[in-house]
Ligand binder design. Structure first.
Ligand SMILES: Nc1nc2c(ncn2[C@@H]2O[C@H](COP(=O)(O)OP(=O)(O)O)[C@@H](O)[C@H]2O)c(=O)[nH]1
Ligand SMILES: [Mg+2]
Length: 323
């Protein structure tokens, strides 16, 4: 849920009152204002806000400033329609790393969004009845979208790489593939502009089900949009839910369509929350991320321009001058 403060840079439930410094939140003149007033204020306050980011929760765009101040992470766009298995893929990735899994030569070395990862991975963790539960649907109106999840990795030579994953609602990509200029497509547009590489989720369940024609059309629509301005960025096609059979014919038709637009880096990965034979589906989750890192090396997209109140004054930057 969105925070209850009308100031776009303040998330009092996470960090306390960031703008006025009120101990008692209900005393604050900005607290408890409506969502529409928050949006309205955002128009005027954009560029003036800065919040503390070490809450461990998923990042929002404002928090990126904190992370990107000293180095450039690789931004990985997790794209695809709603229910394609994106959040489950991210949760599985985190669980694999938590169990010592490696991404190529790299192992887990930390995260600034541990709470965010734990929030989604909790569902996959062992439950007393032994059943797998899935993460909650990522709604278009959940707070701080796109939910950005951070991972720091290190290899044995001590080389470090930082990754940011976007866990955005699939609805964004539906809107975006239909009309890039739609108001509801802004988030997907941001992801497309700034990510260094993309994973596009093709849902084996939907593509083999009763509604497969529609699923195929939607997938191809998002793929076409992604290909419009891809340049040298990589596009990995993730056959999610590969525990469910999908005919090679269907796969080939989709790949053929994607490849009919020439672009530089393409690969495919069959993944699932189930580990598959010899752990193949889980290995492919790790491999897909390693592939993006390899292809992104030194090929970073421009960093988003995220404004800070007074960059020259680190002490004042926590407070709005006219707040
Ligand atoms: N069989 C199977 N079902 C899955 C798998 N991953 C996700 N699902 C199902 O797909 C639903 C949507 O997954 P989710 O990760 O929330 O999709 P998102 O909207 O793309 O983030 C889940 O609630 C599960 O029912 C998988 O690997 N195998
Ligand atoms: Mg989701």
């Amino acid at each position: 849920m969105d925070g209850k403060c009308s100031q776009p840079s303040c998330f009092p439930e996470d960090t306390g009152c960031n703008v006025e410094g009120c101990t008692n939140l209900t005393d604050c003149k900005y607290y408890g204002k409506t969502e529409s007033s928050k949006k309205e204020n955002k128009k005027t306050a954009d560029g003036e806000g800065y919040r503390i980011s070490w809450t461990g929760n998923a990042f929002g765009l404002i928090d990126l400033n904190f992370l990107t101040a000293s180095f450039k992470p690789i931004l990985i766009g997790i794209t695809g329609v709603a229910n394609a298995g994106k959040t489950t893929f991210l949760a599985s990735l985190y669980c694999l790393l938590r169990h010592g899994g490696k991404i190529g030569d790299y192992s887990f070395a930390g995260s600034l969004t541990l709470n965010g990862w734990e929030d989604i991975a909790w569902y996959l963790s062992w439950k007393s009845n032994g059943e797998i539960q899935f993460p909650e649907h990522t709604t278009s109106n959940s707070g701080r979208v796109p939910g950005l999840l951070h991972l720091a990795l290190k290899n044995k030579d001590g080389e470090k790489v930082d990754l940011i994953f976007t866990d955005a609602p699939g609805e964004w990509f539906d809107y975006w593939s239909n009309n890039v200029n739609s108001e509801n497509a802004q988030g997907a547009k941001w992801i497309y502009e700034y990510c260094d590489g993309f994973l596009l989720f093709a849902d084996c369940d939907m593509l083999s089900g009763n509604n497969r024609g529609n699923a195929k059309r939607q997938l191809i629509q998002v793929a076409d949009r992604l290909l419009e301005d891809l340049d040298d960025r990589s596009l990995g096609l993730v056959w999610s839910k590969s525990d469910i059979d999908l005919t090679n014919d269907t796969k080939e038709q989709i790949v053929k369509h994607i490849k009919s637009t020439p672009f530089k880096h393409f690969n495919q990965f069959e993944t699932s929350v189930q580990e598959g034979n010899n752990g193949i589906f889980h290995n492919n989750i790790l491999r897909s991320i390693n592939w993006i890192i390899e292809k992104s090396n030194g090929n970073y997209n421009t960093l988003p321009n995220i404004s800070v109140l007074k960059p020259e004054d680190m002490f004042l930057s926590k407070r709005l001058i006219n707040g």
